[in-house]
Design a protein around this ligand. Structure first.
Ligand code: DLL
Length: 433
């Protein structure tokens, strides 16, 4: 099902025209309404009338998370505060959070793109959806909430945590959809199993997972364990929250709502725009937002884009799974490692649970790389030889893919800490040295 066929299936020429007129408008808006933007454009020697086609976008300076911090809390608003009806924030690891403001129109846009997502997952007004993303400053809970209400579905506003109760209500209320992080879904799957309630008594059929990177292999695990179809939902606070992009029934890429959020892929080191299909950093320009539009915002997320038409009929650009954030890339003994590479391998091995933790340290000037991973109950054994054999197998698999030898620590099932929101899967102790 398609929520807004006119926009989602528009031919690409018309879409480009629409994007151009929206881009011009938003550039004028920030130039005349927001002092920091005007200054930056003046420094770059451009005025709004220099921006006429989508190609002109490269003339505009990039923005980063740091710009949002520098203008904390409200200096980047392009609407008067009297027009701002909602604030959200995303906390960094240190210091002040970044803050975003929404006008009534922005909330409508958010609901519109959210409705496109949930419709694409096959959910509609007859469906009950449990929202187990956190509610609050985090955009996950309220974003998904607005989306489900917009399609006319029934919301269970659970928020995260209280896992036993989540299972009870999912069962008693007959939730068809579950929206949460993939790592929390994994935990819910365990608790559901422990509850002893037969799977056939649950109506669950669709998972709406995002807010953290997850692999195709993790999708397989979740679909199997929960007996559902698991779909990706992508978004970030700065751009609007969940709903910037979504998968469709073909599960072959995340469609971006590019009539609202114009994407580019750039080289993370030089900022140069890369051709279609290249792996690079995703950059967004919000072309319809009023409260706090962002121009060429560097997401730090690494992915590729394809403009090939999808079998579902949508013409929108699709992005491949987020490989990770530029900042997530670990450089261990000079080798680039993404946690997602480790996850793919762990999920492929039948002996292992998809729960893992990477610990990096530096001992005597040498990087150490420990991978803690849970062994499945059926494979966990007191027999040293068996465990050593398994350890050898994992070491070999990981080494062949990432190129360095990790120190594998096999741990008991259910011994690693479970997450309720975004999972913390990397501890890099070198940062504290
Ligand atoms: O995580 C918004 C969201 C909520 C998206 C619920 C989806 C579902 P932030 O907290 O600002 O916003 O974090 C944004 O999370 O730049 C990505 O690095 C990562 N991320 C979000 N969705 C995905 C996804 C929300 N589907 C940051 N796959 C983004 C991979 C994702 N990474």
């Amino acid at each position: 099902m398609i929520w807004n066929e006119t926009m989602e299936c528009m031919n690409r020429q018309d879409l480009q025209k629409l994007q151009e007129s929206r881009l011009k408008k938003v550039v004028e808006r920030v130039y005349y309404n927001c002092e920091p933007y005007r200054k930056r454009m003046q420094e770059a020697g451009i005025i709004p009338s220099d921006i006429n086609t989508m190609e002109d976008i490269v003339k505009l300076p990039f923005m980063s998370k740091q710009d949002l911090r520098d203008h904390y809390p409200f200096a980047l608003m392009s609407s008067p505060m009297s027009e701002i009806v909602r604030l959200h924030a995303s906390s960094g690891t240190t210091g002040k959070p970044i803050v975003v403001g929404y006008t009534r129109t922005d909330l409508n846009i958010w609901n519109e793109v959210g409705a496109r997502c949930f419709t694409a997952y096959g959910l509609g007004k007859n469906d009950i959806v449990q929202i187990s993303y956190g509610y609050g400053l985090f955009t996950g809970g309220l974003g998904a909430h607005g989306a489900v209400e917009t399609i006319g579905g029934t919301v269970i506003p659970m928020s995260s945590g209280n896992t036993e109760k989540q299972i009870m209500l999912m069962h008693d209320f007959g939730a068809v959809g579950l929206a949460c992080t993939p790592s929390y879904a994994l935990h819910l799957a365990d608790v559901l199993k422990d509850s002893g309630i037969p799977r056939k008594e649950f109506k669950l059929r669709v998972g709406v997972f995002g807010a953290e990177p997850w692999t195709e292999q993790m999708r397989g695990e979740l679909q199997e364990r929960l007996g559902i179809r698991a779909y990706d939902i992508y978004g970030l606070t700065e751009i609007i929250g969940p709903g910037v992009g979504h998968e469709c029934e073909y599960q072959n890429g995340t469609h971006l709502c590019e009539d609202h959020f114009y994407p580019e892929i750039v080289d993370p080191a030089t900022g140069e725009v890369l051709p279609e299909g290249s792996l690079g950093e995703l950059v967004f320009t919000t072309i319809t937002k009023e409260g706090m539009p962002l121009i060429r915002f560097r997401t730090r997320d690494l992915t590729r884009l394809t403009y090939e038409k999808c079998a579902c009929g949508r013409t929108s650009v699709r992005m491949s799974r987020i490989l990770g954030r530029c900042d997530d890339m670990l450089i261990i003994r000079g080798v680039n490692v993404f946690p997602s590479q480790v996850e793919s391998i762990i999920c492929e091995m039948p002996e292992l649970e998809p729960h893992y933790l990477l610990i990096i340290d530096r001992v005597k000037n040498l990087d150490t790389f420990e991978v803690q991973v849970e062994v499945k109950e059926d494979f966990y054994s007191d027999e040293m030889a068996k465990m050593l054999e398994l350890r050898k197998k994992i070491t070999h698999r990981l080494q062949s893919v990432i190129g360095i030898i990790p120190d594998i620590k096999l741990v008991e099932p259910r011994s690693l800490e479970r997450s309720q929101g975004k999972a913390k899967r990397v501890i890099d102790k070198r940062k504290f040295i």
